[in-house]
Design a protein around this ligand. Structure first.
Ligand code: NAP
Length: 435
């Protein structure tokens, strides 16, 4: 029998569990350990609440979770309830699939002013993450600046711009929906430090901006390269740039009935955020690109008055004491998934925050192949029963998948009209619902 512990119950965690099942059949016991009492990580807390079809992938993870040899061990935090060394003593393989829930730091003066939020906090707030549910961002200003030209920036800009009717069918938490409907937002500006050909926004998601009820995108035609140059782009990016060209062609008369403008500022690097006790403006430096397409400041600056700045410049994996870490890339130091004897990583914790949810599938299968090579003869560790003994000795009560199903039932039962669920936003409420 092989005993495998997977830390993290998001996409990388469950694809890895699925791979372990396929590889070892009945000859494996997998414990998927999560610090929260609820599973699915990024699917629940990262994917936008108005993108329910993407969240449907959790049904596949549920099938894995409900099988006999895979167990969910929720509400158990590595570093708090159990250490990596202890897990390595108990399991033949420990696989870190902890994702990248922390923000990459915005390293400019004023980044700590009230009114500046990282995307982890802002997205966590509208998705009901227990750590950020009480964020209570001040949405009374007219102008929100969103730093970054990736899909997270796009999610944030869209969520700030939708009407109540456009949230129909979403599972945005009620506190966030209520606050957004009271907001005074008139303008959202995306700051891209490079140009239209360097955006990391995918076409399907970017296209949505052109179909919003009360908001309309604005792209300055002068920022767009010659249309002939689009032919050199890979097809997905070419489609995204086609959307930007469509946005640039929107006539002023078609903006008349829109109350929110979503502006794209390209070649625009934030260099400081200013204000007395809170954000009042952001200072931006124009950039130009070198041959390697890296951006450099031109020395020419401008400022935008704004009451809120949301930094969507990428995520990083939280380091764990004693586990080698690549600080520059915000992920565990690893060779194709191997960190050290018995310790592996998969998904964003292995390669950094990139790709789609499905990209984590080959990652999970790959790491299980390595585990199979390393423990060919079958394992020799105590596994599950020993974990249970240790947790019981510490008074840590794990949440099982059946407990989660009770939490889920309670969330479905209390959904507001038109919403699939109303998430619990505190660990206490979740545990109470689990009974
Ligand atoms: P991302 O795709 O890496 O985008 C980060 C953006 O931040 C880039 O435009 C980057 O510009 C910019 N940036 C980085 N450092 C900066 C700085 N110091 N100052 C100004 N700008 C800076 O990251 P993400 O948006 O967080 O997305 C993470 C992953 O999740 C991606 O794979 C994304 O596609 C995926 N995702 C998908 C969806 C979906 O609906 N399909 C939704 C959300 C997220 P440079 O290019 O110049 O570095």
């Amino acid at each position: 029998m092989r005993h495998i512990a997977i830390i993290g119950s998001g996409p990388a965690g469950y694809y890895t569990a699925e791979a372990a099942q396929k590889k070892f059949g009945g000859d494996v016991r997998v414990d998927v350990i999560d610090r929260l009492p609820v599973p699915f990580g990024l699917i629940r807390f990262g994917v936008a609440p108005d993108h329910q079809s993407i969240k449907a992938v959790s049904q596949r993870y549920e099938k894995v979770a409900l099988s006999d040899n895979v167990r969910f061990v929720g509400n158990v935090a590595v570093g708090r309830d159990i250490s990596i060394d202890e897990l390595l003593d108990l399991y033949d393989a420990v696989i870190l699939a902890t994702g990248a829930p922390n923000d990459r730091q915005l390293d400019i003066p004023g980044a700590n002013l009230p009114g500046v939020y990282g995307s982890a906090a802002f997205v966590g707030w509208y998705n009901g993450h227990p750590e950020f549910a009480a964020l209570n961002p001040d949405l009374s200003g007219n102008h929100v600046v969103v730093i970054g030209n990736g899909n997270v920036a796009l999610d944030v800009g869209r969520i700030l711009s939708k009407t109540a009717a456009e949230f129909e069918g979403s599972d945005i938490v009620t506190h966030a929906l209520a606050a957004l409907m009271q907001a005074n937002t008139k303008k959202v500006t995306f700051l891209g430090r490079r140009g239209p050909h360097q955006i990391a926004m995918t076409p399907k998601e970017l296209g949505e901006l052109g179909r919003l009820t009360r908001a309309t995108p604005r792209v300055g035609g002068a920022d767009l390269p010659d249309a002939d140059e689009d032919a050199l782009l890979e097809p997905g990016l070419r489609k995204s740039v086609a959307h930007l060209r469509d946005f640039a062609a929107i006539a002023e008369s078609d903006r008349a009935d829109k109350t929110i403008s979503i502006d794209f500022d390209f070649y625009a690097a934030p260099i400081a955020i200013e204000g007395k006790g809170k954000v009042e403006r952001i200072i931006i430096e124009h950039t130009r690109l070198d041959k390697e397409l890296r951006s450099h400041g031109t020395g020419e600056t401008y400022s935008l008055d704004c009451a809120m700045v949301i930094s969507c410049i990428g995520y990083q994996t939280p380091p764990i004491d004693g586990v080698p870490f690549e600080h520059g890339r915000g992920r565990f130091a690893n060779l194709e998934g191997r960190i050290m004897s018995g310790l592996y990583c998969a998904g964003w914790a292995r390669r950094g925050p990139s790709g789609t949810i499905g990209t984590n599938r080959p990652d999970g299968y790959g790491v299980v192949d390595l585990v199979a090579e390393d423990i060919r003869q079958g394992g020799c560790k105590a596994g599950r029963p020993a974990l249970d003994t240790l947790l019981a000795r510490r008074g840590t009560k794990a949440v099982t998948f059946n407990d989660w199903k009770k939490i889920e039932q309670a969330e479905l039962a209390r959904a507001r009209s038109g919403a699939p669920r109303e998430k619990f936003t505190s660990i206490k409420e979740m545990i109470a619902a689990a009974g």
